[in-house]
Write a protein that binds this ligand. Structure first.
Ligand code: ZN
Length: 155
């Protein structure tokens, strides 16, 4: 697999020094996602406070793409509102599913654009998306939960 060397460096950097790795105990929800085609596994804890992602922490095993990509998404979406976060995830997903024609918008995706080249390798797209889909799932589940408890939290 050939990726831009600058992008390769970004991915390697996140793989070697993953952000937010190590599960924090105070989560709204915990999700576990697996990419069986590569053997990647991610457990992700997400805390939603008044509609804002106040914490994302995760742990996982797998290839450098899956682990680095989860590091990037955890860093990028922490502090964002659930709506803004879901929109960023959609942008990333569109880039990965473009087969390489969408190079990604760096002002939205930041380090996430490093995975643009992965879109040309269908077998690896699931690796790059794993952490993002786990985060999307965690946001949806958190919204369903906190929606029910919104009144309680306001007290
Ligand atoms: Zn993988």
């Amino acid at each position: 697999m050939e990726l831009d060397s600058l992008y390769q460096e970004v991915i390697l950097e996140h793989y070697k020094r993953p952000q937010n790795k190590g599960l924090l105990p105070n989560q709204t929800v915990q999700v576990h996602h697996v990419n069986t085609s590569c053997g990647d596994e991610i457990t992700l804890n997400l805390k939603l406070t008044n509609g804002v992602i106040s914490e994302i922490s995760w742990d996982g095993v797998g290839c450098s793409i899956s682990q680095a990509s989860t590091s990037v998404v955890s860093e990028l979406l922490k502090g964002k509102s659930s709506d803004a976060a879901l929109s960023v995830i959609e942008t990333f997903q569109a880039m990965l599913q473009s087969k390489g024609s969408d190079r990604g918008d760096e002002s939205i995706l930041e380090d996430g654009v490093a995975f643009a080249g992965v879109a040309k390798f269908p077998a690896r797209v699931k690796c790059a998306l794993l952490g993002w889909m786990a985060t999307k799932d965690a946001i949806s589940q958190s919204l369903a939960l906190t929606g029910n408890n919104a009144k309680k939290e306001q007290k």
